[in-house]
Design a protein around this ligand. Structure first.
Ligand code: SF4
Length: 407
């Protein structure tokens, strides 16, 4: 029997509390986050158990969801601590646990009644494997990233549970992140949340026999070639097809990215999903370029649809540079709004006379010239606000609390 297509969940990354609030404000239905350990993103801010407890309460009030990543591949000596964490999680009751390792899966089933999702790290490529996991009591599978849309559609049709796919963000060239390059080059293991992105470094090939010590002549130029440097995934060009395929959850990568990235990516995909699902695909197609443009305003390495439209070719790689492209610098976020002013928590300096842009949900933008700047605490007029201070700008603005300020 054909499955009826439900509106997919929009799932955003929450590297810390501020990003969680930002993701919910800009339209995420759910966020995924890590604890201080065991989450494969040890360099993100992550959450303590009390912070998670608070976050879950906020999500429940907003009718949104929180999934906790426990997708490490543990050693035997890690298991006792994982048991203790699962015991705590069962009291806090997030909406789901994302796991990779069968031992963590078994412990999660034994010690909690929280739903379990299988991470993309487990590389589920077909419906038989998916149904194996669903039979064990898994609620959702994050599909392998190496699938095209037809394969995703077949998987969704035959799978006896929910399928989630990544739709945006940095790509790892290793199959489902199974990679030892970082461990080999730096001693930091990607499989334990410490990837140093060694694949993006600038490599050269050396000839070692006939011309010992010389650079091999196939290199692109004297700077070498970024042979593994994938562009970022962006699913906007095929989003309507992914929704038609019957995917249950659409996931944005990037727990280590800024609140600016979280705000803009969440807002763009929220807008696109709503347009497509509510039947306004014509407007979606008209807006496509603008949506991709808006995504390119936050940190990115250029975009590719990766495997969605077939095996990626050389246009999916950036051979020139592995640096992020940023069109804007984040200034801060609006934390208070009154009829005649807004207060901004600064992440970067802001000076009198600068031109900034406020960015709220629904693609709302407002250009603002900072004619005068005040310290929020005593209303003293200042020339320049420093990071972590709260400044006030007078005016009647359309954008509200949680908006991003950028320049
Ligand atoms: S080094 Fe590169 S390919 Fe390997 S896990 Fe890290 S991002 Fe992926």
């Amino acid at each position: 029997m054909e499955k009826k297509i439900k509106k997919p969940e929009l799932l955003a990354p929450a590297g810390n509390f501020e990003k969680l609030i930002t993701a919910f404000h800009f339209g995420a239905d759910a966020v995924y986050l890590g604890l201080k350990r065991f989450s494969l993103r040890n360099f993100a801010g992550n959450f303590t158990l009390p912070q998670l407890d608070e976050a879950v309460k906020i999500a429940k009030e907003l009718n949104k969801k929180i999934y906790v990543t426990l997708n490490i591949f543990p050693y035997d000596e890690d298991l006792e601590e994982i048991e203790a964490v699962l015991f705590e999680l069962n009291n806090i009751k997030p909406h789901g646990l994302i796991v990779s390792d069968p031992a963590v899966f078994l412990l999660a089933k034994k010690l909690t009644d929280i739903e379990v999702h299988i991470s993309t790290q487990l590389n589920v490529m077909n419906s038989e494997t998916a149904n194996f996991w669903f039979k064990q009591g898994v609620k959702r599978i994050v599909a392998a990233r190496e699938l095209n849309i037809n394969q995703i559609e077949k998987l969704c049709k035959k799978a006896k549970g929910e399928i989630e796919v990544f739709i945006h963000g940095a790509l790892c060239i290793a199959y489902s992140g199974r990679c030892f390059l970082s461990l080999y080059m730096t001693g930091r293991s990607a499989n334990r949340g410490e990837c140093t992105q060694s694949c993006r470094w600038n490599y050269k090939l050396l000839e070692e026999s006939e011309r010992k010590g010389q650079y091999f002549p196939i290199e692109e130029d004297e700077r070498g070639s970024y042979i593994f440097n994938s562009k970022d995934l962006c699913a906007i060009p095929v989003l309507d097809k992914l929704i038609d395929a019957g995917v249950s959850s659409l996931k944005i990568e990037g727990r280590m990215k800024s609140i600016h990235y979280v705000a803009v990516t969440t807002d763009v995909y929220r807008t696109a999903i709503d347009l497509i699902f509510e039947g306004d695909t014509e407007k979606f197609h008209v807006l496509k370029d603008e949506l991709v443009n808006e995504l390119s305003r936050v940190s990115n390495r250029g975009f590719t649809t990766n495997f969605f439209e077939g095996t990626p070719d050389s246009s999916s790689y950036n051979f020139e540079s592995s640096k992020y492209i940023n069109q804007f610098a984040l200034v801060g976020s609006i934390i208070k709004k009154a009829d005649n002013f807004v207060e901004i928590l600064l992440k970067n300096p802001l000076s009198k006379g600068e031109l900034v842009e406020f960015r709220d949900r629904g693609l709302l933008k407002e250009r603002v010239k900072v004619c005068k700047l005040f310290l929020a605490k005593d209303n003293e007029e200042i020339e320049k606000g420093n990071p972590n201070s709260i400044v006030r700008i007078y005016g009647n603005f359309k954008c509200g609390v949680n908006s991003i300020v950028r320049k």
